[in-house]
Design a protein around this ligand. Structure first.
Ligand SMILES: [Zn+2]
Length: 470
């Protein structure tokens, strides 16, 4: 009798502990398990045999897989064993529909390229449908190469936001305003009114941060720049702008306004910690100090700057001063792809060559610029850029055993100098799988290509593009 009471007590006890253990295991939406997790958090933790629990679009936990397994269960599990899990890459500067102009004119200087080819091609072709087709092409290309956030400036940005949100991609999307008639708005005032409606429509969206994008200090008047600043103050929307891209821009600014682009924009009260400045190739040391003090985000576009021979931005100096500097591809007409891995690799090499010092811009620093430092450049470091509890679940699973990655010694060396965009396997944005095992789930590659070919014919006719072979 005593023995049977003990047995019943034992059974009850073990049953209750099982129930307690099961209760403690929380059900989450998605778990990534088994990979090397490169967190890019404050202490740069790299977790071997790690795991990430994702719920409601956010990272709920990151740690050793044993700890994740003990505490969480999910209906969907991605096996990342033998692979690497990284924060989604951040492309800090694009003009996404320009994918349709990829390769229409190369090997020209900026002025000739812009005035003889790009501006006329845009005037004759850009419509809302063009922008949607080009955006879908760019979004597919970016997701395929592991980009989860991009910062854009173009026309019909409301349509781009719609395509971006449908693709499940994250974007800081700036409607371009400029002092001449463009495809979607004929005057600056119309452009700004469109931008205000656009901001009010998308503000608070989980994926889209609507922004104002005055093209550059040399294409937008002082009065209009101040109006853009006022709209940003009123709505809290960021401002995206090209600044100090070429030496000629700086010289012309000094001649016309008695100040460099950075000094001029500071003088008129335009710069602050909501500004995202693309290029910044020609700042002085004093200007870098000013940009740091004001909290201006900077986006370095090495391949575009090389292709248009614009110059080399002082990135080692920016890193030494701990400026928020990220990486961008720029539009596909001046790159000619939207592959951020190439920008990471180029950044780590270009600055060594130009400074004749192989110690500048280490692999880890270059990777940081595509992730957490890139998030700082977009003023989104509290939300994205690293794999940390509470942040948005933007993650990429990358292969680690391709021939070009074999054998393996150091994760940053591998990611920066050896990994290629083809090694990207699975992409998750806001907790949603948008590419699984290299198959896009939110975009149709075949339709995108067919639509792009249709525009190719139209563009060739519109400005007489010389094709090879004819
Ligand atoms: Zn640009």
């Amino acid at each position: 009798m005593k023995a049977s009471i003990a047995l019943v007590a034992f059974l009850l006890l073990s049953l209750s502990t099982t129930v307690v253990a099961q209760r403690r295991k929380a059900t989450v939406d998605l778990i990534i398990r088994g990979g090397t997790v490169v967190t890019m958090d404050g202490s740069r933790r790299v977790i071997d045999k790690g795991g990430v629990a994702i719920h409601n679009g956010r990272i709920l936990a990151v740690g050793k897989i044993a700890d994740i397994d003990r505490n969480y269960a999910a209906p969907e599990v991605i096996n990342a064993g033998g692979k690497v899990v990284i924060p989604g890459l951040i492309n800090g500067h694009t003009h996404v529909p320009m994918t349709l102009f990829r390769g229409i004119a190369d090997d020209l200087d900026l002025q000739e390229w812009l005035t003889k080819y790009i501006f006329p091609a845009e005037a004759k072709n850009v419509t809302e449908d063009f922008v949607r087709v080009g955006a879908r092409l760019g979004l597919a290309e970016m997701i395929r190469s592991g980009t989860t956030t991009y910062c854009d400036m173009y026309y019909f940005e409301d349509a781009i936001a719609d395509e971006t949100s449908k693709a499940g991609m994250r974007g800081v999307l700036g409607e371009t305003v400029i002092d001449f008639p463009v495809a979607d708005n004929k005057t600056y005032d119309e452009g700004l009114a469109y931008t205000e409606r656009f901001i009010n429509k998308w503000r608070g969206n989980a994926l889209i941060v609507p922004a104002i994008a005055p093209h550059a200090p040399y294409t937008v008047s002082e009065e209009h720049l101040k109006a853009a600043r006022a709209l940003s103050d009123k709505t809290g929307a960021p401002i995206v702008i090209h600044i100090s891209e070429t030496k000629r821009e700086v010289d012309d600014s000094i001649k016309a306004k008695g100040a460099s682009p950075v000094d001029y924009l500071n003088r008129i009260g335009f710069l602050n910690d909501r500004v995202i400045a693309a290029h910044m190739v020609w700042p002085t040391t004093d200007e870098l100090g000013l940009l740091k003090k004001l909290g201006v985000g900077i986006v370095h576009n090495p391949q575009s700057n090389m292709k248009l021979a614009s110059g080399v931005a002082p990135v080692p100096e920016m890193l030494k001063e701990n400026l928020p500097v990220g990486l961008g591809t720029d539009g596909a007409a001046s790159n000619n792809d939207l592959n951020l891995w190439e920008e990471i690799d180029t950044t780590a090499k270009l600055h060594k060559l130009i400074s004749k010092d192989p110690k500048v811009v280490t692999a880890e620093e270059a990777f940081e610029m595509a992730t957490i430092r890139g998030a700082r450049a977009l003023h989104l470091e509290k939300e994205i850029g690293s794999i940390e509890k509470g942040k948005r679940a933007d993650l990429v699973v990358v292969d680690l055993d391709d021939l070009n990655q074999t054998p393996f010694y150091n994760i940053y060396s591998d990611l920066v100098y050896a990994t290629k965009s083809d090694d990207v396997r699975t992409v998750i944005i806001e907790g949603r799988v948008v590419m699984r095992d290299r198959r896009l789930l939110t975009l149709n590659e075949q339709t995108i290509k067919a639509d792009a070919h249709r525009y190719r014919e139209q563009i060739i006719k519109s400005i007489g593009v010389k094709t090879v072979p004819e």
